[in-house]
Write a protein that binds this ligand. Sequence first.
Ligand code: TXA
Ligand code: MG
Length: 320
Amino acid sequence: MKTIVVAGSEAIESAVSLLRAGEAVALPTETVYGLAADALNEQAVVKIFAAKARPRFDPLIVHLPSADWVERVAAFPDSSRALFTKLTDRFWPGPLTVVVPRKPIVPDIVAAGLETVALRVSAHPVFSAIIRQFGGPLAAPSANRFGRISPTCAADVDAELGGLIPFVVDGGPTAHGLESTIVALRNDRIEVLRRGPITQEQLGEFGEVSISAGSKVEAPGQLPSHYAPATPLVLVDSADDFGTPGGKRCGLLGWGTTSTRFAEIRLLSRQGDLSEAARNLFRYLRELDGLGLDLIVAEKVPDNGLGAAINDRLGRAAQH
Ligand code: TXA
Ligand code: MG
């Protein structure tokens, strides 16, 4: 069987059969590609950890076929139910993950022993067709090796996990380019554990928002050094003022600079559009990382809206 197959009814059938047989397969979502397996089958979930070389202490997101599944896997305190319902009515299906107390049906390995589980319903038509046909929850982390850049197209999944997984469904480049926003609910407060496509401003309409992303390690995936390219990366306000070290080949991941001093240049968005920048971010980082440069100079983007999530990823890529 061919490993990478363009999304269509045959690819969907094959993915569902493999998932039912307890295999881990890579699927497109609207954020990044995920490596999915039956969330209720421990042996299947083990294959995700093995392919990614992911430590067992890092919990997985559980994707649900629809919001109707929530009651089967989550045990809410009544205090956060109203807020949960408001948020998921607004943002599901979509790029929002909510951490809630879990029921025993969720295997320990999925939750890495925590009392909670992270839940999401994807809006991607291919993902959603597969999970509905499969008929149960799918555990799916990003389809990259642990600590590396998340894949936003099928070729990037292949570069990360080729030879380690049996099947990749190619649904083209992903719409958002960044992983989902992760929140935990503390009574009527929303705590952002990972910034993403649903912005602080959007969440602010539903309650008081605090950002713990980056400040405290709630889960190991929030460790500062993540999304690491192999090439050293420095994050600057403007590359125009950055003195490139002599004799070094430097690449630019630019936002607003007009400088042409760099050996390789990738501009996140010529129009200054943050959505376009988010879509290009991981692809360009990966491209620059593959060019054997001595240094990547990345420019911060404006910190409003989606920009905060982009700067968060750049900040992590700069930590070696
Ligand atoms: O957009 C996304 O969320 C993608 C697509 C495939 O859905 N998935 C993804 O999964 O980014 P992953 O595993 O790469 O990142 C999930 C993050 C990890 O940092 C993990 O530590 C955290 O979610 N997480 C999972 N369960 C958690 C929990 N119960 N409490 C706190 N953090 C949790
Ligand atoms: Mg990940």
